[in-house]
Design a protein around this ligand. Structure first.
Ligand SMILES: [Mn+2]
Length: 319
């Protein structure tokens, strides 16, 4: 941590990066660090791959740019980024820069920067930054508190996931004292769904079948067309399916082209759905996984998955 503090203190001009398709932790963290460095009168740019969706624009920020001019900076910092390739179009430029720092909490990761501060015990990058900003003697103002709070809420799933520690609540409590706008965070993150997404959820529930503690719903090209929704916009709706008491595993299949199917899996604690995804060439986490572009129509893939589950009950059920 000391070396990183020194790097940040001595740099005059800093470029900030996050992983591709950033989540609330990545954006909350990068915004918080941006405001903190501005306080120290540094020149700071946030360098993004593409424009942010409005639900992640917690505040108006002047210096968001979409290309990297290496000569502008003394230091480049990557936040919440567990692998080089997640820097997407900036991977090569970042890797070849001599003065780079990564701040991250991912458990499985590869080195991204020359100097790394990784704490896999931390719930979120926002949690690490809260401690770092204290050492930097940053004044945690309303904006910084709000951004860090968004990161905390995002990566703990509103304090539901098992990374929700006493420290998380302690930091959240502190952020509230510093004026975190929790209403803004809640509205942006949880009350900003598009009508399309809700329409797709309607189709998902219409097509839902529940059997043997498995909830499965198939979405056709027609369903997506009617909802005016893309697969990437709609996939989070699967979380709704595992809120039911009588469901251990939730599955959503999406027809993305005729006879080409994507799948998302979610499970309750004690069930490993990554085994299923891996069997079809996909992957992911124990409780959230998926696969993409497998040849076969919805009906065939559904049968194959249910057969696989039947035959591999022991591997899927943990303990
Ligand atoms: Mn994170």
């Amino acid at each position: 941590m000391k070396k990183i503090i020194q790097k940040i203190k001595t740099a005059k001009s800093i470029g900030l990066f996050v992983h591709t398709k950033p989540d609330p932790d990545a954006i909350g963290s990068v915004f918080a660090l941006y405001f903190a460095l501005k306080q120290k009168n540094k020149k700071v740019d946030i360098i993004l791959e593409e424009k942010l969706p409005s639900n992640l624009q917690f505040f108006e920020i002047e210096n968001i740019i979409y290309k990297l001019e290496k000569t502008k900076y003394d230091l480049l910092v990557a936040l919440d980024c567990g692998s080089k390739k997640l820097l997407s179009k900036y991977t090569n430029a970042f890797s070849s820069f001599e003065n780079t720092v990564a701040i991250d909490h991912h458990r499985t990761r590869e080195a991204v920067a020359k100097l790394e501060f990784v704490n896999a015990e931390a719930s979120s990058t926002a949690e690490i930054l809260f401690c770092l900003l204290k050492v930097l003697k940053t004044k945690i103002d309303k904006q910084i508190a709000t951004c860090l709070y968004a990161g905390l809420v995002g990566d703990t799933g509103r304090f539901l996931h098992d990374n929700t520690t006493a420290k998380v609540f302690d930091i959240a409590s502190n952020l509230l004292k510093f004026g975190s706008d929790i209403n803004l965070v809640n509205t942006k993150l949880f009350r900003s769904d598009s009508t399309q997404k809700v329409k797709l959820l309607k189709a998902m529930l219409n097509n839902l079948e529940i059997k043997n503690r498995i909830a499965i719903s198939c979405l056709s090209l027609e369903d997506y067309k009617k909802a005016d929704c893309s697969v990437s916009q709609g996939y989070e709706s699967i979380n709704t399916l595992q809120t039911m008491e009588e469901v251990d595993i939730a599955i959503v299949l999406s027809e993305i082209k005729p006879n080409i199917t994507n799948a998302s899996f979610r499970s309750k604690q004690g069930f490993n759905v990554s085994v299923i995804a891996q069997n079809f060439g996909g992957g992911g986490h124990t409780q959230a996984s998926g696969f993409k572009e497998v040849a076969g129509n919805l009906k065939d893939i559904k049968t194959q998955i249910l057969d696989f589950i039947k035959k591999h009950k022991k591997e899927i059920k943990i303990g």
